[in-house]
Write a new protein. Sequence first.
Length: 382
Amino acid sequence: MLCVVALVLITWLDGYLTHLPALSGNPARGERVGIIHVHTKASCGSGSLPEVIAAARDANLSFLGVTDHNLAMSDAEVAASDPPEFAVIDGEEVSTSSGHFLALGISDRWPRGSSYDARALMAATRKAGAVSFIAHPYGLRDRWSDWGVKDFDGMEIWNDDAIWRHNSVFTILASLILYPVNPRLALVRLASTPRENLAKWDELLEQRPVAGVCGSDAHASLRMYDHQLARFPSYLSVFSLVRQHVLLDAQSAADNGQTSADALLSALKNGHAFCAVDALYPADGFTQQVISSTNTAGPGQSISWSQGAILHVALPAGADRPTIRVLRDGHEIASRETHALDLPLPGPGLYRTEAYLRQPGLTGWRRQTLWIFANPVHVTAQ
């Protein structure tokens, strides 16, 4: 009993004393910050679409990808809930015999049919114009099983709902105790590095371009036997944890912040994006570029290798003692505690970056947590 009381007191003290940074941030020109993979009360969530959009705005987001289970929004719903200054991407989380995938940019008119086959459903959504991402590929529930399928554009490297389930019972219990005091910190405590997903991503990248994204899988609904017990964790707390940063080209970014869903989807499909646990520290302005004497390329782009080419990585200056990890074709070639790195490139390859920060507060034990991961730059042979 005394141990339980001590755990509660220490956890609450941690919640009161640990202050996470504000999420206002300072996005770079062309950078848009939002959330994909969100459920409303149309399926297993608890909020209406206007309520979810309001929570996203309170979290200083500029776009949202709605993906209810086996149900896409109608054109009327999209039109009514898509103000010009906030982009709503209509989508669907499709259940298949091999797991789930997100079909983004699809309307409710696609020819669903009666098939439950993953390949048939992916082919149908692609024909209907969707951009598809495999959802929670190595989650404890609904793991993806058919890696022979080719009709997907990318995969969730991070999925909030899957990440927390990989924690110990003790860590989950401590986070539940912490949540009423400091909701954002409680979710940060559950953050961990999805190593299995990262390894599979690198494996797939050896074969073809595969975009990596982060899905919130937000429900704001604690359920048991199909009954909602509480609106927990809230949309706002989840939207304040891990966010999708999309990097638009100059033409798409020239609209003074008013960005279409199509422009966002095109960037996501092509890997012009990175993900960040912004609750640890806002990653707005993060830079990963390969710079040669004649050209520059960022996430999802290609550039020819030349002698003297460097990988330039820059992290927000206010982050506390970050570590930058650089991988070439899935293998680590550098790991340094620094805010900026200019690494000479040894030759062609796929170069991607991860950044890590230590957990804050009394009970974080200063353990390193994945903070940022970016899509790779493809450096080709001359």
